[in-house]
Design a binder for this molecule. Structure first.
Ligand code: ZN
Length: 275
């Protein structure tokens, strides 16, 4: 019998084999389980072959280092994931990010996932998110950070997550708000509600990168507005940004939110620039 004919032959006769072995009552299920195992193994093997073929045509690369991803890796390779320089600031209340806002505005808690060093992996990941539109990277990093924050109790008294908004014209141009995707990951990991409409950016501000701290503050003052005050009354808000440099943007958002009655504000970001 040829190998090709073996499969239909087996399908026709498997009941015969199963029922003709009455001494072993469990034989029917045994044969089916055995068959299932073989089929599963064959399918897995075929799937892997297909997966390898597709990877050859469209290689899956790590968004941080550009190396090929292994089968069990997604977006970021294990090496890069381990090497992200985490701050663990969420474990220390008076950490350097919290200190950044001392004397500027009343922030309850502040933390950042990683240090933003030159040439660092997190920098490459955020670049891919912001300028190449790889939104999944923002979501995934937000989700990973969200799990750490949730497990440490950092999020215990938070009511709502609000991403730092972009001006509508900038969001149209970019197609999305990077902080929104980070926030989505955070919200999914923590089960907290994401609020996207209450805080809006009403003025387009220029790029912040080459300004002094004072100039940055002047550049962001009054650029945010609260659209739905009632929704935020008495709530503890977690503001989410991609990178904290001088903290002026988060400060401007917080100042606007603190005008609401009985509100509390905490802030987190994916990275904090090392000064
Ligand atoms: Zn990598």
């Amino acid at each position: 019998m040829s190998l090709g004919a073996l499969v239909p032959w087996w399908q026709q006769n498997r009941f015969f084999f199963a029922t003709k072995t009455p001494r072993h009552k469990g034989s029917l299920s045994f044969i089916f389980i055995f068959e299932e195992l073989i089929q599963h193994r064959c399918m897995s093997y075929l799937y892997y072959l297909w997966d390898d073929f597709i990877s050859l045509l469209f290689p899956r690369l790590c968004y941080a280092c550009g190396n090929h991803l292994l089968r069990n890796e997604d977006l970021i390779c294990t090496q890069c994931f381990i090497s992200i320089p985490r701050t663990n600031y969420h474990l220390t209340p008076d950490n350097p990010v919290a200190q950044l806002f001392w004397g500027r505005c009343q922030i309850c808690k502040a933390a950042a996932f990683s240090f933003y060093n030159k040439g660092s992996r997190i920098r490459k990941l955020i670049h891919n998110l912001k300028y190449k539109g790889i939104k999944e990277v923002g979501y995934e990093l937000g989700r990973i950070y969200g799990l750490s924050l949730r497990n440490s109790g950092f999020l215990d008294d938070i009511d709502l997550i609000i991403p730092v908004p972009l001006h509508p014209s900038k969001q149209r141009k970019r197609g999305f708000n990077q902080s929104e995707y980070i926030s989505k990951g955070l919200a999914d990991a923590s089960g907290l509600t994401l609020e996207l409409k209450s805080l809006v950016r009403v003025v387009v501000s220029d790029t912040q990168t080459k300004r002094s701290r004072y100039e940055r503050w002047m550049n962001v003052e009054g650029i945010f507005a609260v659209a739905e005050t009632e929704k935020l009354k008495g709530k503890h808000i977690l503001l989410v940004d991609d990178v904290i440099t001088t903290g002026s943007t988060l400060e401007a958002c917080t100042c606007e939110l603190l005008k609401i009655e009985d509100i509390k504000v905490s802030v987190v970001a994916l990275a904090v620039a090392v000064q």
